[in-house]
Design a protein around this ligand. Structure first.
Ligand SMILES: CC(C)(COP(=O)(O)OP(=O)(O)OC[C@H]1O[C@@H](n2cnc3c(N)ncnc32)[C@H](O)[C@@H]1OP(=O)(O)O)[C@@H](O)C(=O)NCCC(=O)NCCS
Length: 189
């Protein structure tokens, strides 16, 4: 994956209700709240540990350092009217497809779920990916994650035959979006 190709450094995406932009240190509180709100089925490395890490300071440091989690292709999602940051949406590197095809990722505060924000933010990110020359996008969703699976459907992603089995955290389903409009690629790579 060419990191520069999907780097979020200078990108600003705008939708009717949202601005997607690079991270600021002041967004660390929002990021930590996302960590605290994660479903118990989410793997432990993405959950707050017994020592309370990552702490707010840890997350601020990551944003300052430009840690991949914070800055690679994941953009802060800000509401235009309220001016608050409600989560992230963007692109992450993976090896699911070919030629560095990236993966769509999103996570929003529970307080704002069900208002179409993930779909709206994702459409902007998909436009960005297509304009950047990507022909396909991937996404992985746990089988239990009904809301995210619904978002996939609304975005026109197609479920592939690939499933990574995980009895502990839930099976991961692989989805693909082909910008040419063909779903003939909806098979495991
Ligand atoms: C997945 C997530 C980003 C969705 O955000 P959102 O802003 O609520 O999404 P949207 O409002 O655009 O769409 C959600 C859709 O799922 C539906 N939905 C919500 N909960 C559902 C459930 N339990 N079962 C079925 N559908 C559900 C909503 O009704 C909506 O569909 P609709 O527009 O047809 O009514 C949000 O739930 C989240 O942050 N979850 C935790 C992080 C996560 O799972 N990230 C994705 C990892 S793959």
């Amino acid at each position: 994956m060419d990191q520069g190709r999907i780097g979020a450094g200078m990108v600003v995406l705008e939708t009717d209700r949202l601005v997607l932009r690079r991270w600021r240190v002041s967004d660390a509180g929002l990021q930590r709240t996302l960590w605290t709100e994660r479903d118990p089925r989410v793997p432990l490395h993405r959950r707050i540990d017994a020592d309370g890490r990552p702490s707010l300071d840890d997350i601020e440091d990551r944003i300052r350092r430009g840690d991949p989690d914070a800055s690679m292709g994941l953009l802060a999602v800000e509401r235009r009217d309220v001016g608050d940051v409600i989560g992230y949406c963007g692109l992450i590197a993976n090896d699911h497809g070919q030629d560095g095809e990236p993966e769509l990722a999103y996570e929003l505060l529970r307080a704002v779920w069900g208002q179409g924000y993930a779909t709206e933010a994702s459409l902007a990110v998909m436009g960005w990916a297509e304009e950047s020359g990507h022909r396909r996008l991937w996404a992985t969703v746990r089988a239990w994650n009904s809301a995210s699976r619904r978002v996939m459907t609304k975005l026109g992603f197609v479920e592939t035959a690939r499933v990574d089995r995980d009895a502990l955290h839930g099976d991961s389903l692989f989805y693909v979006k082909d910008f040419s409009g063909s779903d003939s690629t909806a098979s495991a790579p």
